[in-house]
Design a protein around this ligand. Structure first.
Ligand SMILES: [Zn+2]
Length: 303
């Protein structure tokens, strides 16, 4: 099997299992995230390449297309040639992977994909007009294959799974029928911190005991960059904070989503003898142990 770029990017073999790819990706995301490498100008590029490779290889369908076609198109395009031939469809289906930042901004992306047209030399017949000999241009198939590039405009806020139809950019099987369309399905690349749920974005925020007790300023990732929120002291475990309108941008019938921050208490997994002593000392203070009655039980409504 030839060495394909995405496999090389992740440093896995072309027959790596999905589990293996996931594990490697998680490690690389941690190592190569631009936030962890603020002084490395190449970190962003590297991170992008890793994410792009993962997006294609973690999806069974796009991985198969990729294995077939190699790295044919920059954005992880998976043209369904096989389907096209079987159903004689004139439409070409490709996937366009966008980061949340691209979704936020909207923009233009070049898409390169394999396209076919009838052979103009023989008019798609595969034979020379007079002699009946095989057409040298299409070697008798009547069809010419080539790589075609189209610029696709995607609007800000386009939702994952939506398909943009670019009319007339599909296959042209004969001079008698109009060209098919290019169907571009948008899929989101995974974000290292934010999870998309409907129109909302979710962020899981772990806080330590000190932040729980004192509250304070928290750095939060958003679709448009970073922001800060002020955490109230004594915020409950599992409490959510809503940043209205900071989810996916409004698009079509979709309203703008929210950024939902879920706070999770981070408790120590292991304590030293010295730390344990301090905790015991604290537990003697009023308010540190749960309220219990004389029978050693929690009365109703006392929590
Ligand atoms: Zn021909």
């Amino acid at each position: 099997m030839k060495a394909l770029t995405y496999y090389k990017t992740l440093g896995v073999s072309p027959d790596a299992s999905l589990k293996e790819i996931r594990t490697v990706y998680r490690r690389l995301v941690k190592e190569c995230h631009p936030d962890t490498n603020p002084n490395d100008p190449k970190a962003v590029e590297r991170f992008k390449r890793i994410t792009e490779a993962y997006e294609v290889l973690s999806d069974a369908r796009s991985r198969r297309s990729y294995d077939r076609a190699g790295r044919s198109a920059g954005a992880g395009v998976a043209a369904e040639e096989k389907t096209v031939r079987r159903t004689r469809s004139r439409n070409v289906k490709v996937n366009l992977f966008l980061s949340l930042k691209q979704v936020y901004e909207g923009g233009v992306k070049k898409i390169r994909y394999p396209r076919t047209t009838y052979c103009v030399i023989c008019g798609g017949r595969g034979k020379r007009n007079h002699s009946g000999a095989e057409c040298g241009t299409c070697t008798g198939s009547g069809i010419v294959k080539f790589d075609h590039t189209v610029k696709v405009n995607y609007p800000a806020g386009i939702r994952s799974g939506e398909t943009l139809v670019i009319a007339g950019e599909g296959h042209v099987p004969s001079p008698k029928v109009p060209a098919g369309d290019l169907m571009v399905t948008v899929l989101y690349k995974p974000h290292p911190y934010l999870e998309v749920k409907g129109d909302d974005l979710h962020y899981h925020c772990l806080i330590g005991l000190d932040q729980y007790i004192q509250g304070g300023r928290l750095r939060i990732p958003t679709i448009s960059g970073r922001t800060f929120i002020f955490l109230e002291p004594m915020i409950a475990d599992g409490e959510t904070i809503n940043l209205n309108g900071r989810g996916l941008p409004a698009h079509g019938a979709h309203p703008a989503g929210n950024l939902v921050i879920t706070v999770q208490h981070c408790l120590p997994k292991k304590l030293s003898r010295k730390e344990l002593e301090k905790v015991r000392e604290l537990m003697q203070m009023p308010g540190w142990s749960p309220p219990i009655d004389s029978k050693g039980l929690f009365p109703r409504g006392e929590v």
